[in-house]
Design a protein. Structure first.
Length: 414
């Protein structure tokens, strides 16, 4: 005998599931998608000029928490930005003043000693047991390089173009501090304007996607700064120790090699390998034992970073399989050069998490996600029953589920 209450329960369950699903696009959503496509095409056409503004957005993310904290202490927002600017400039300037003189001296010493290093490496190369075919190929290539007969002057054209592009990009970076200032100053108003532009039924999901992207990029930016500094300091200390115990050549170029290691930390997997090559070659000019010591040092630093620092600093926000990391690096570099390779990892990780969230929502899952909290309050533009983020959109903390209140609680409910 059938249960008469079952059809009503199934209908109620189906209604709940439909409320959880992403709604079909409305005319306003269609307009928003069309605008996003137009903006995307415009950004692609002008992609060569985007590098300064991408760096500016990263500065906005790094400086905004300090501006928000000062603003909560009743400091006017424009004054809070100026204070953060001054403190940042002073800290960066002191760091440069502390390192620039030994860095320049080590670069000058390296350039002066480079011919001797090359001679020692050639001697070491002659003593190695290399298959004859490989040795002949290397000798032929070295002879062409030394004579210059195998180098087409046209090969230098891309270098000239890149140099000209860097010079022109510097003019773009000049306006970035002003651009960042206005973004920081008007961010609450820009956030409110964007929220009012969204269709009410899409607000929760859009802001959840924003939280996912902020979580990934936030952990990546903070993590790369900490990791780069940690790897640079660890490499510097290790080279100083090796210079005292094994050979002075390590301490002669410790700062130069440490800065290279810290900067190349921006390129996961590939960057540490590239950073180790000059140190090993430099150590090889003093002997095979020194080269082995450099290899051991860089291996130990990277193992400590990968097994201790990365899990604690970045967690699983940007955790990708090594094969996916290398594929993303190559594709990012092919699409947008060095900056594309650097940003390939967070973009890929954010795209993965956004896909998982949207797939779960389209499968009837709830809107709650695990991400930094965006404290919410009812929209001031219209009481839609949907929650919106106010000014403190970048604060960290555990998320609470963003869901609309029941109709009975709404002021306009009958």
């Amino acid at each position: 005998m059938s249960d008469p209450a079952r059809p009503e329960a199934e209908a109620a369950g189906q209604a709940v599931t439909e409320r959880r699903l992403l709604h079909a696009p409305t005319q306003r959503v269609g307009l928003l998608i069309a605008a996003a496509v137009i903006v995307g095409v415009a950004l692609y056409v002008g992609r060569e000029a985007l590098s300064p503004f991408i760096v500016g957005l990263m500065l906005v993310y790094l400086l905004d928490p300090a501006v928000e904290r000062l603003n909560r202490l009743r400091v006017p927002r424009w004054l809070a930005i100026l204070i953060v600017y001054v403190v940042t400039v002073v800290v960066v300037w002191q760091a440069i003043a502390f390192t620039i003189r030994p860095f320049v001296e080590q670069v000058r010493t390296f350039v002066a000693d480079l011919p001797g290093f090359v001679t020692r490496l050639e001697t070491l190369y002659r003593e190695l047991d290399i298959p004859p075919q490989l040795r002949d190929a290397v000798d032929h290539w070295l002879a062409q390089v030394e004579q210059g007969g195998g180098i087409d002057p046209g090969v230098l054209l891309p270098f000239v173009n890149v140099t000209a592009g860097v010079v022109s990009a510097l003019f773009g970076y000049v306006i970035i501090p002003v651009w960042v200032f206005y973004l920081l100053k008007d961010r609450p108003q820009l956030t409110d304007a964007f929220d009012r532009m969204l269709p009410p039924e899409w607000r929760v999901d859009v802001w959840n996607v924003v939280r996912i992207i902020e979580r990934v990029f936030g952990q990546w930016v903070r993590g790369q700064l900490i990791l780069g500094l940690s790897v640079g300091v660890a490499t510097f200390v290790g080279l100083i120790v090796l210079g005292s115990v094994i050979d002075p050549i390590f301490s002669r170029f410790a700062l130069l090699l440490a800065i290279i290691a810290g900067l190349l930390e921006l390129l996961p997997i590939i960057g540490p390998i590239i950073a180790a090559i000059p140190a090993i070659l430099l150590a090889a000019t003093a002997g095979p034992q020194q080269a082995l010591a450099a290899l051991v040092l860089y291996t130990v630093v990277q193992q400590l970073e990968n097994n201790i620092l990365v899990p604690k600093i970045q967690g699983d926000a940007v955790e990708l399989h090594p094969s996916a990391v290398m594929f993303a690096l190559v594709m990012g570099g092919a699409i947008y050069g060095l900056l594309g390779a650097i940003l390939a990892l967070p973009i890929t990780a954010a795209g993965r998490d956004v896909y998982r969230y949207l797939f779960r929502r389209l499968s009837g899952g709830p809107a709650a996600i695990v991400a930094p909290e965006i404290p919410v309050e009812p929209s001031t533009a219209e009481d839609t029953g949907v929650l919106k983020p106010p000014e403190a959109a970048l604060d960290d903390g555990p998320i609470r589920e963003a869901s609309a209140p029941q109709d009975a609680e709404r002021p306009d409910a009958g």
